[in-house]
Design a protein. Sequence first.
Length: 141
Amino acid sequence: MGANIKTGGSKEPEVILDVNTTPLIDVMLVLLIMLIITIPIQTHAVKINMPVNTPPKSDVKPEVVKLNITADGTILWNDTVIPDRATLEYDFQQILTMENVPEIHLRPDRHAKYKIVAMVMATAQRLGVTKIGIVGSEQFM
């Protein structure tokens, strides 16, 4: 701690006490550098237990359900017209009861409304259909 003495016009000098912060800053910088050096390099990795063996290949090809959506919004289940959402839900529930759940290939027309395609996909998701894929997406590129 240092002391500055002010000499002014008064008879007694006024004493002002200030803390010398230069050594404090030097010590803090040294500590910061030591901290940076001693911290180990962090590796950002997610550890996943991957399967060791390849699963046995099945000779049985899965059944495929072709689910087409035309430009006017008509839904076709293997070329059979689905009149409403309840029938679509019923068909999804029927395939879920099968022993080998078939794959669903959803093929929307380029000019089909997004609302209809989203409704079909949301219905499938809500009912628990997991083997669904969009076919023919190259027409949208």
